[in-house]
Design a protein around this ligand. Structure first.
Ligand SMILES: [Zn+2]
Length: 172
């Protein structure tokens, strides 16, 4: 399947909470296949369903960007079980191309959700994987990394992004 267009900052689907998935059916499997293809094509290490315009609580993460199939994580209706500590690193987002920022994230997270077979999956992560879980779960809650910056940086970046969104020009 060809990758789907990635929705950019300013689109309402990115700024509102997404709905839980109620059934693990072919539609969900097709959605995940599209998300994985789109993530690899971008390329990126994570993608949330709203980023391809689907307001559902589904995330995919692959820190190897497809190089190691064993690293692909698909989680339906993910939620945090535990968050502790703090870390801060530069993040980017496929929906905010050309911009970055360093939000404060937990140092360690435990996340629970369902895989495509309906089995419960629990992941405990630190460093980059912890940041990826937080970034993608933020997406399905309607938040972007921009919303997690210090007020001064957030306001400055939001002004730039609003201008950019209004112009409709997101080409890098
Ligand atoms: Zn993102």
């Amino acid at each position: 399947m060809p990758p789907r267009p990635i929705v950019k900052y300013g689109h309402p689907v990115l700024h509102a909470p997404s709905a839980p998935v109620s059934a693990l059916d072919d539609q969900t499997r097709n959605l995940v296949a599209d998300m994985v293809d789109t993530m690899y094509a971008a390329p990126g290490i994570g993608l949330a369903a709203p980023q391809i315009g689907v307001a559902l609580r589904v995330i995919v993460i692959d820190l190897s960007v497809g190089a190691d199939k064993g690293q692909l994580i698909t989680l339906v209706n993910p939620e945090f079980v535990e968050r502790e500590g703090e870390q801060r690193h530069e993040e980017g987002c496929l929906s905010v191309p050309g911009y970055g920022g360093s939000p404060v994230r937990p140092a360690r997270v435990t996340v629970r959700g369902l895989d495509l077979e309906g089995n419960e999956r629990i992941y405990t992560a630190t460093e980059l994987l912890a940041r990826a879980f937080c970034h993608e779960i933020d997406h399905i809650d309607g938040f972007l990394f921009v919303d997690r910056l210090t007020p001064l940086k957030r306001d400055l970046l939001k002004r730039k992004l609003k201008k950019r969104a209004k112009s409709g020009d997101w080409e890098e």
